[in-house]
Write a protein that binds this ligand. Structure first.
Ligand SMILES: Nc1ncnc2c1ncn2[C@@H]1O[C@H](COP(=O)(O)OP(=O)(O)O)[C@@H](O)[C@H]1O
Ligand SMILES: CC(C)(COP(=O)(O)O)[C@@H](O)C(=O)NCCC(=O)O
Ligand SMILES: [K+]
Length: 260
């Protein structure tokens, strides 16, 4: 064994991979190496060179079965000595207070594990994972996952606009410059609508989640491909942690080893 955890987050757009030193004892460990591939027909060619020659213990959370199958097939063909564990909710050090925990996306639950490692233990947390979909989830001050909300991500919404109209093109919501709200042509109007509806939707959900709780105000934690676009518009204190999900998976790997 190389003393390396391989962690994998198979989302609907990207497969995110991180290597962690098994000896990393920080509350939320940070990856030493990261790699990403598209979930649809992923190319892992340049992953090989990043991996140690000794065997790696892989821990996977997945919400996209074809992407997961492609990773498992690559591992079998290229890294036959490695172990691979596809995590279920029961593998996470997390209390899940919903009726059907097995139906909750493992990326949402792994993010909650990551959030629990960094939040003030007296305060609940709201986690926004802005990827293919945007999920806004709540963990109680006790650490329990309470559930949340799921909305289309910005790219998904942009594709829906283009795909279900005759005249609208597909755009990328690239906010190098924050768009003006009053769009004066089609593209500007789409850019504004896509961006500010995502911003406003997340803000409304944060406000409503906060209002449904009693006790200290929640900490707000962003992750995912569009986190950097959304977080600056929240007008409340929030942090962005790129490795929230992978760090949560590494914590699960660490907890599983400790209990064996
Ligand atoms: N270069 C890019 N390629 C794809 N998506 C991007 C890119 N830059 C930003 N995005 C945004 O990030 C989202 C994907 O984020 P990610 O966290 O990887 O998603 P997932 O976890 O669903 O796979 C896309 O839906 C899109 O809105
Ligand atoms: C909500 C999601 C589609 C988000 O996926 P992502 O944007 O990370 O690709 C995923 O977590 C999922 O498929 N969840 C299953 C249903 C649920 O969480 O209740
Ligand atoms: K997401």
């Amino acid at each position: 064994m190389s003393g390396v955890w391989g962690t994998v987050d198979v989302g609907n757009t990207s497969i995110h991979i991180g290597l962690f030193a098994a000896a990393d004892s920080r509350p939320l460990p940070a990856p030493t190496v990261t790699f990403s591939a598209a979930s649809h027909e992923p190319d892992f060619t340049s992953l090989e060179a990043l991996l140690p020659s000794d065997s790696v213990a892989w821990h996977v959370v997945s919400v996209n079965r074809p992407g997961q199958a492609a990773f498992e097939a690559w591992l079998k063909a290229n890294r036959p000595g490695d172990s691979c564990r596809i995590l279920a909710h029961t593998d996470l050090p997390l209390q899940i207070s919903v009726a059907a925990p097995q139906k909750v996306g493992m990326d949402r639950l792994a993010a909650a594990v990551g959030a629990n490692a960094i939040r003030d233990p007296r305060r609940p947390a709201i986690i926004i994972d802005a990827g293919s979909a945007i999920t806004v989830d709540m963990v109680a001050a006790s650490g329990s996952f309470l559930g949340g909300a799921i909305v289309p991500g910005m790219r998904m919404a942009a594709r829906a606009l283009a795909g279900q109209t005759d005249l609208l093109p597909e755009i990328t919501v690239d906010v190098g410059e924050v768009p003006t709200a009053i769009g004066t042509d089609t593209l500007a109007a789409m850019r504004s609508g896509l961006y500010y509806s995502a911003v406003g939707g997340v803000r409304e959900l944060i406000a409503r989640f906060t209002a449904e709780l009693i006790g200290p105000s929640p900490q707000v934690i962003f992750a995912g491909g569009d986190a950097a676009k959304l977080a600056p518009q929240m007008r409340i204190e929030c942090v962005t942690i790129d490795h929230l999900v992978l760090g949560g998976v590494a914590i699960a790997a660490r907890a599983a080893k400790g209990s064996r």
